[in-house]
Design a binder for this molecule. Structure first.
Ligand SMILES: CC(C)(COP(=O)(O)OP(=O)(O)OC[C@H]1O[C@@H](n2cnc3c(N)ncnc32)[C@H](O)[C@@H]1OP(=O)(O)O)[C@@H](O)C(=O)NCCC(=O)NCCS
Length: 178
């Protein structure tokens, strides 16, 4: 079904298509402020941005999905740990449930691991992400700075050696709150 699916790094020429795609993907979402497309624009212009981890899914030349992983810090009061935020991942409604979300997430994990990142943290659907190895952050003593259920705060450990005993409070890039 996905024979013509390509996952590649986003380029400047994709920005408009990504904006529209993210807007449409979140349009019908209940737990959304419907402004995720602006979050992407702010993150692209921030210090937290990692070009290699801004990926598009292209089917026959059309942008069908997008994922962004940006740098964040986990702080326990004394120490600071480097991690990544997964936000957002979006697949155009016309292309959902075809494995594109899975391809984007798995590609992003692979690249993040190769770049030396130890983990990915997200706030998301409790019944979607566990299939990719995400577990509640509370299991590691990691807390997100939002008043949300523990089951929606998840972490994927990419490399247990470098992850070590990462714990503390997640500090998102300022761009998340502008
Ligand atoms: C969530 C999303 C990225 C998944 O992408 P996708 O390409 O449709 O997903 P895949 O084809 O890889 O996986 C399909 C599976 O995900 C499940 N799924 C899709 N959206 C889901 C959701 N919102 N909650 C829980 N499970 C979901 C499907 O039920 C399906 O499950 P199954 O394999 O057991 O049948 C996509 O549906 C989307 O863009 N949704 C709107 C934006 C959004 O919610 N983004 C994530 C914010 S946390």
């Amino acid at each position: 079904m996905n024979s013509h699916l390509i996952i590649r790094q986003e380029e400047t020429k994709d920005h408009k298509a990504v904006f529209n795609l993210v807007k449409e993907a979140f349009a019908a979402m209940e737990h959304s402020d419907h402004k995720e497309q602006y979050l992407v624009e702010r993150l692209r212009n921030s210090d937290a941005f990692i070009p290699e981890l801004s990926l598009v899914a292209e089917i026959d030349g059309q942008i069908a999905g997008y994922i962004l992983l940006t740098r964040l810090a986990v702080k326990d009061g004394i120490r600071q740990f480097l991690s990544l935020a997964l936000a957002p991942v979006a697949v155009h409604p016309a292309f959902q449930n075809k494995g594109i979300g899975r391809s984007l997430i798995e590609h992003a994990h692979h690249i993040a691991d190769n770049l030396g990142y130890s983990s990915v943290i997200l706030l998301g659907h409790a019944d979607y992400y566990p299939r990719f190895g995400y577990v509640p952050t509370v299991q590691y003593g990691i807390k997100l700075p939002f008043d949300v259920p523990d089951e929606n705060c998840m972490v994927k450990v990419l490399n247990p050696d470098t992850f070590g005993d990462t714990k503390g409070i997640v500090e998102y890039p300022g761009a998340f709150f502008e």
